[in-house]
Design a binder for this molecule. Structure first.
Ligand code: 7RM
Length: 630
């Protein structure tokens, strides 16, 4: 059964109802799921602590809502289509029944290793169907998964293993990415020199030489050997943790965002069906990686709960050629395509040549996520990919929100380039100024907050509830603060303006400036650094680092290269600064605070309007930095 809206007036009516009577509204949506025991109370909350609970005392298993609930009708429908990195390698299709059996076998496999309810399992895998199988098997046995993007370094991986006290890691021997082969298992081994887990399960993908530690490491295929293809799902409470996903904030250390079972399930399915206007039989393709929240909510959970066919692509947009996306859409007759502005801009740079010869007529809906989409990219996407007839859903949300909160409903909400348009039912937004005063009415600009809970919202940051309170619920009283700036225009439409905190968004990947600074400072010659974002044509934002080094620096360019490599090895290649400028000092206030506003101006090249620099300890340093800028 689908709770899909069909008309603009239907949406407006539903929205009003959802605000006037939120509990009745969400109870109605949740009633179409299979609960072993229905909830006693829909919602209990306060944003002070925060303490938010949905569907209290409801008992369920999320995977029963993907499989058992639908197998009779959907068993033979493709659940996952997998497209490999190499176009010459055959693609794979798993029907709902086949996926169910794989999940069951792997659930037994995990349990045979002593992994059960409440244990944390790190998934560090390439984009193969087994990554989704591992997530679903965790959900089935009640283990809490934490997927770590396979592009992160061994240090980042070790930090996450330690923070969540993981019992096991599911990984692979290697990963194919374009013309590169990444030694995934070797990175895991390196991480495990700094910490430890009981079990490492290795899926064979590349067949490359790896080392296996006896007693700790085992092969995926050996472990599932002979395991039954049926499995009795664990009974979970609605508020039991489903997963932890680490994300960057304004401090140096990424935090483990916690999502729980019932609310996340209800919201991801509801938002998936409504935003993309999914209809049965549609082939849906989201190009994200499972290591990001988009890969969780809109590649695995949302689509599978809706009975959709979800396509997973192992490779990158430009390999072996810049038409790879369009070739895949043609090959698998994709109906709904969801990608990031950075990918659109990167492909736009190749012109329309690579699109020619690929039939894109199967497309009905296009989506965008991860960062603000500029008007030019929006129009290119609309004209050349959607051929002017596919609505674009510009979906705003965050790791913390679990699901899409502001977006057009495809084909229903009239769109405006670069606007995420209107909130989904149940989402109560508010715009505040820097002092926290609410800005009412239209044509206003300020900080985006949310005033009422929604089912898939963050519950805590793993192991540190105070940090969750501090970060999201203390800036403005009784409000969840998103960290984004926003404008509400004369029509009441929302346009996201980007982060107002020290988070930068590089190719849709969130990065804390402090996190990058910490990594730069690990280089023995670095004394101090300051990192800011600057506008980048393809990536949205690039990373600009101002670095003070020790005086004995004979070769600048090799030092700059070394610093970049240091960052790549500590965080991962995605965090490598695009520009590094060695400077004699940094603009600091008398109290020692770095004036990032000035550095941002210098980084973006607007050199004449520095604003007030009189509070600086040493105003002359600004001129020196400008002179040193290449
Ligand atoms: C889904 C995801 C969250 C941050 C968020 C924004 C930015 C995401 C849009 C967007 C403008 C969008 N989760 N952001 N979507 N900005 N328009 N449609 O990206 O946790 O990794 O990042 O991304 O700044 O706060 S995330």
């Amino acid at each position: 059964m689908s709770d899909r809206l069909h008309t603009l007036s239907g949406y407006l009516y539903e929205y009003q109802k959802s605000i006037a009577q939120p509990e009745e509204f969400w109870a109605r949506i949740a009633d179409s799921f299979y609960w072993r025991k229905r909830w006693d109370k829909v919602l209990q909350w306060n944003f002070e602590e925060p303490d938010v609970r949905w569907f209290l005392n409801g008992k369920l298993n999320l995977t029963e809502n993907i499989f058992e609930k639908n197998l009779y009708t959907l068993g033979e429908r493709p659940a996952i289509i997998w497209e490999p990195n190499e176009p010459t390698e055959p693609s794979r299709t798993l029907t709902y029944r086949q996926l169910f059996e794989e999940v069951c076998r792997f659930s037994h496999a995990l349990q045979s290793k002593g992994i059960g309810k409440g244990d944390r399992v790190i998934i560090y895998m390439p984009m193969v169907p087994e990554a989704a199988v591992a997530m679903l098997a965790c959900a089935r046995i009640g283990a809490i998964h934490s997927v770590v993007f396979a592009g992160f370094s061994s240090t980042s991986l070790a930090d996450r293993i330690l923070d969540c006290k993981a019992k096991a890691i599911v990984t692979a021997d290697g990963n194919y990415r374009g013309n590169k082969q990444v030694p995934v298992k070797a990175i895991v081994d390196e991480a495990l020199e700094k910490t430890s887990v009981e079990t490492v399960i290795v899926y064979r993908r590349t067949g490359q030489e790896i080392s296996m530690v006896s007693g700790r490491d085992c092969w995926w295929h050996d472990l599932i050997q002979g395991k039954p293809s049926a499995h009795k799902a664990e009974e979970m409470d609605s508020e039991d943790m489903l997963f932890i996903l680490y994300t960057s904030g304004s401090t140096g250390k990424p935090k483990g965002v916690v999502h729980t079972t019932g609310g996340y399930m209800v919201y991801t399915k509801y938002s998936f069906e409504n935003v993309f206007q999914y209809t049965p039989g549609d082939v849906y393709w989201c190009t994200a990686d499972i290591g990001w929240v988009t890969g969780h909510s809109y590649m695995v959970y949302g689509p599978l709960l809706a009975g959709a066919t979800t396509l997973l692509f192992e490779g990158i947009p430009t390999y072996p050629h810049a038409g790879r996306f369009w070739e895949i859409i043609d090959k698998h007759k994709v109906n709904i395509f969801y990608t990031a502005p950075t990918a659109i801009r990167a492909l736009q740079a190749f012109g329309t040549g690579p699109i020619e010869g690929h039939d894109l007529s199967s497309l009905k809906v296009l989506g965008s996520v991860g960062e603000p989409i500029n008007e030019e990219a929006w129009h290119w996407y609309h004209t050349h990919i959607g051929k002017g007839k596919c609505p674009i859903v510009d979906t705003w949300w965050q790791t913390e929100t679990g699901g899409i909160l502001i977006s057009p409903l495809a084909g229903i909400t009239p769109t405006k380039p670069a606007y995420a348009t209107l909130p989904l039912p149940g989402i109560q937004l508010c715009i505040v100024d820097a002092k926290g005063k609410e800005l009412t009415g239209n044509s206003v600009e300020g900080n985006l907050c949310i005033t009422f809970p929604w089912p898939s919202m963050i519950r805590t940051t793993y192991g540190d509830h105070e940090r969750c309170r501090q970060t999201y619920f203390s800036t403005y009283k009784n409000k969840y603060f998103t960290g984004d700036g926003v404008k509400r225009d004369h029509d009441g439409y929302y346009r996201i303006l980007g982060r107002v905190d020290d988070v930068i968004n590089v190719s849709g990947h969130r990065m804390g400036t402090a996190e990058v600074e910490n990594a730069i400072n690990e280089h023995p010659k670095v004394i101090e650094s300051a990192v800011v974002g600057y506008p980048h044509e393809i990536k949205g934002q690039g990373i600009y680092a101002f670095v003070i080094c020790d005086q004995s620096t004979p070769n600048e360019s090799s030092l700059v290269q070394e610093i970049k490599e240091t960052v790549a090895s500590i965080i991962g290649p995605i965090a490598k600064p695009d520009k590094i400028q060695l400077v004699p000092g940094l603009p600091k206030t008398r109290s020692g605070k770095i004036m990032r506003r000035i550095l941002r101006k210098i980084a973006e090249g607007s050199l004449d309007a520095m604003g007030d620099t009189s509070t600086l300890l040493d105003p002359e340093v600004v001129g020196k930095i400008i002179d040193g800028r290449k």
